[in-house]
Ligand binder design. Structure first.
Ligand SMILES: [Zn+2]
Length: 91
């Protein structure tokens, strides 16, 4: 991704600083269970106009992947343990 020519969509400058931040979103599930979604937020900040943006929508892609990984993980847990834990808590 870094070999692409990056131009600020706001002012046309190519003086952009690439930044990455690891973000964690906690999702509340049923029965007090919680699932952490961890993904890398990637964005560029323009040194000329200070605009910040995710030009290549990489954060969206990373978030989508984190969501599908989480769903896969949940499926694995349910396949291994069944719904017993959920059932014993619900009335
Ligand atoms: Zn700019």
């Amino acid at each position: 991704m870094t070999d692409k020519k990056v131009i600020c969509p706001a002012c046309g400058s190519d003086k952009l600083i690439y930044q990455e931040v690891i973000k964690t979103i906690g999702l509340a599930l049923q029965n007090d269970a919680e699932l952490d979604l961890r993904f890398k937020e990637k964005y560029y900040t323009c040194t000329l106009c200070t605009e910040s943006m995710d030009i290549f929508r990489e954060t969206d892609i990373n978030l989508s992947k984190a969501v599908s990984d989480a769903i896969n993980e949940l499926n694995k847990i349910f396949a291994r343990e069944g719904f017993a834990k959920l059932e014993e808590k619900s009335i």
